[in-house]
Design a protein around this ligand. Sequence first.
Ligand code: ACO
Length: 322
Amino acid sequence: MNNWKITDVASYAPQRVVTNDDLSQLMDTSDEWIKERTGISQRHISSGENTSDLATKVGEKLLAQSGWSANDVDLIIVATMSPDSYTPSTAAIVQGRLGADHAVAFDLSAACSGFVYALTVAGSMLQSPQFNKAMVIGSEVLSKIVDWKDRSTAVLFGDGAGGVLLTATDDQYYLGQDLTTFGKMNDKIVAGQTTVSSDFPHEITGLTPFKMDGRSVYKFSTHEVTESIKRAVEDAQIDLDQVDHFVLHQANARIITQVAKRLNQPLEKFPVNIDQYGNTSAASEPILLADCIEKGVIKRGDTLALAGFGGGLTVGTIIIKY
Ligand code: ACO
């Protein structure tokens, strides 16, 4: 088989909702500032559930929805920048909990581009006869790495997970892609940095919290996401007008508006749910996809451009038929 398609989509968010007003009790911020600058009204925040817990919930939903047994799954990739641990991978924990004993499982680290990067990796692997069915999940508990004293980043993020099941096919569902990495800008978004002292034996040090140069990332995103979508559409040999929905990483409603303008595409083609979830990094596109499918906004046969951008810095777009 030389192509693949999405058969099922599911998402899960922790029950606890934290509003902008709740945050203004913790730090010097306001509902007005957050809404106006980002479009965010609330976010879900985990109470005790780790990244693998959220991802496992999504995996269970996907299996229940599809009727696949855990043993049918050949591959599990979890895209995350907030894994439970260095090792085991979050994907290995999910594989064990689901009882997907035949599945190869590993994590993929590309921050907010993680879901698109993981889809392209899974898609490539599905071209090998060894793999027929894959599970790709974006899962994040960013609340454990955010500095809750830094209002410039704390108000932006939320916790959640979303995922898809993919199956190999000969029909043309996957159409094209663009993945680009800008490693020279690696210092613009950093989290979980470790340090190594010069003496030996080394002390085990803690991880650094999330830090972002918001203005640089804003400029980067509006320009590079636009260019990545253009390159992916060209790779797919279609026109921008043939894309029914642009499912963009939900980092900031203003970035999405800017990208729509630059692509000269109607804003109605850019679904948004950042108001409900905040920025959930690798989970934001599958959560949005699940919402749109549930509401009937995205239907079978629609052409989608999924685009992610973030830490690395990275950007990625994939063009598929749903
Ligand atoms: N509440 C109130 N005031 C605030 C807050 C807050 N939460 N945060 C910052 N401010 C203040 C600043 O101190 C500044 O005050 P000053 O003018 O007196 O210095 C003022 O608001 C403006 O701050 P800016 O940083 O210029 O605000 P901006 O309009 O750029 O918005 C934001 C900041 C929302 C972070 C924006 O830059 C952005 O969205 N950047 C892109 C983020 C992104 O796309 N990330 C994606 C990747 S994330 C990942 O990969 C995990």
